[in-house]
Each structure stands twice: as structure tokens, then as C-alpha cells.
Design a protein around this ligand. Structure first.
Ligand code: FES
Length: 75
């Protein structure tokens, strides 16, 4: 990781929609997988769904203990 300051991204997640959270930090969006991990020989994405529509704070620092959600570890 660089010295860039990471903060969570607040998103409105939709019930039953499949999301692929970037675990490697190389995605152009940083939040969702764009396949960049293949070029860097890193692990793939974490696919997840939610049971109801909800707002969530999604981790961008990759240090969270509760992926894909921010747990404050970026501070
Ligand atoms: S952005 Fe908050 S724990 Fe990663």
C-alpha cells in the first residue's frame, strides 16, 4: 500500500445483488474488483450479498477484520 489515506466509501447496497469486493487494492475503483489482481498475482475478490437494501461503509484500506465493511482499522 502507498502512503495514500484510505477512508471507507458509503454505498447503497441492493438486496440479493452480488458484489465483488476488491481484496488486493489494485482495482481502479478500489472498492469493487476489476480483474487487476490477475496482473499482480494477488488473491481474487470477496463476493458477497446483503439480505436487505441498506447503506454500508465499504472498506478501501483492506485492513478491516470484517470485510467488506469498514471496522475503523484505517485510522
Ligand atoms: S477503510 Fe475503514 S477499515 Fe478499511
Amino acid at each position: 500500500m502507498s502512503d495514500k489515506k484510505f477512508t471507507p466509501v458509503k454505498l447503497a447496497l441492493e438486496k440479493d445483488k452480488r458484489y465483488a469486493w476488491c481484496t488486493c487494492g489494485h482495482s481502479e475503483t478500489n472498492v469493487f474488483c476489476d480483474g487487476s489482481h490477475k496482473q499482480h498475482e494477488k488473491a481474487g475478490s470477496l463476493v458477497f450479498q446483503v439480505d436487505e437494501d441498506k447503506d454500508a461503509r465499504i472498506c478501501t484500506c483492506k485492513l478491516t477484520s470484517n470485510p467488506p465493511y469498514c471496522d475503523g482499522s484505517h485510522k
